[in-house]
Write a protein that binds this ligand. Structure first.
Ligand SMILES: Cc1cc2nc3c(=O)[nH]c(=O)nc-3n(C[C@H](O)[C@H](O)[C@H](O)COP(=O)(O)O)c2cc1C
Length: 276
């Protein structure tokens, strides 16, 4: 749908001033092809003169205090043990629909989602990810190490060896080390394209999703291993019926919590440089 201006425009030009791509020209009653359909114009228009999708009501002050938000962030934890309670696919569809307001670069909105509640499928992804990453870690060996040292440096080599050791140690004791018997999994993917920033879009979406899930009494664990395995092995996408032309950018395990975390624990203060 092209963005357009209707006759009830009062010519205040607020839309023209707010447009991030300078696409609005009220004097000539025109919105150029540069429009990214973010509808800042519609959101600011006192007349609703832009053909945006207007949700009911007007924007009001929300009731979430900064303190509430801080608590939400501090108390959220990654969950690796889930209760037996299933999560209905409809709940996850609604969850993802509500999260559509998460921003995307240039408002491209290219993210697609695959919701998996089938336990066999989740198990398959668990095993495939373990096999794929075991293969990748095993390629770090006596022959490749000297080359890696030359190409990437000693520090990087040590990091890679540590990751390998941690992965193989965890695998030895936990055959569910990827999906932790989660009742559901959301895979975030997007057509692979040189335009836009789908990786960032997916990670921002994930950040929103892990907090929103808490408010619904759901719990989550972000999963980088699956993303890594999907990059290396096309079988991961095939297993999940994701087209090979797409890239997997995020994976989220989701369910109801088995554990209740009693305490809020600290984090390092970030290094902040101020330039004023
Ligand atoms: C990008 C990213 C990837 C992650 N991948 C995994 C993963 O593959 N497996 C896992 O158990 N946890 C994973 N985590 C969870 C982190 O280990 C966890 O966030 C971190 O230890 C801090 O704990 P918290 O989330 O409870 O605050 C990932 C987190 C992020 C942000």
């Amino acid at each position: 749908m092209m963005t357009s201006i209707s006759d009830n425009c009062c010519r205040c030009k607020k839309c023209e001033q707010i447009c991030p791509v300078s696409a609005v020209d009220i004097d000539n009653n025109n919105i150029s092809d540069d429009c990214i359909k973010c509808y800042h114009c519609g959101a600011i228009c006192p007349q609703k003169a832009i053909n945006a999708e207007y949700l009911p009501g007007t924007v009001t002050q929300n009731n979430i205090s900064p303190y509430d938000f801080e608590l939400l962030m501090q108390q959220r934890r990654s969950h690796r043990k889930f209760s037996n309670r299933k999560v209905a696919p409809e709940i996850l569809t609604e969850f993802i629909n509500h999260l559509r307001f998460s921003p995307t670069a240039s408002n491209l909105q290219t993210l697609n989602f695959t919701v998996v509640t089938n336990q066999d499928k989740i198990q398959e992804v668990n095993n495939l990810t373990i096999d794929t990453l075991t293969g990748a870690y095993n390629s770090l060996n006596a022959f490749t190490k000297p080359l890696i040292r030359i190409l990437l440096g000693q520090h990087r080599l040590v990091q890679m060896e540590q990751s390998k050791r941690k992965f193989l140690n965890k695998k030895a004791v936990n055959k569910q080390m990827i999906t932790y018997n989660a009742p559901a999994m959301i895979i975030v993917h997007s057509p692979t394209s040189p335009v836009g920033m789908p990786c960032h879009d997916a990670n921002i979406w994930t950040g929103m999703a892990i907090l929103y899930a808490e408010l619904l009494d759901l719990c989550t664990c972000i999963n980088g291993y699956i993303v890594n395995a999907a990059k290396r092995n096309n079988k991961v996408k095939r297993t999940l019926n994701i087209d090979q032309s797409e890239t997997v950018y995020a994976a989220l395990l989701i369910g109801y919590p088995h554990n209740k975390f009693e305490n809020t624990v600290g984090r390092n203060l970030p290094l902040i440089k101020t330039i004023d």
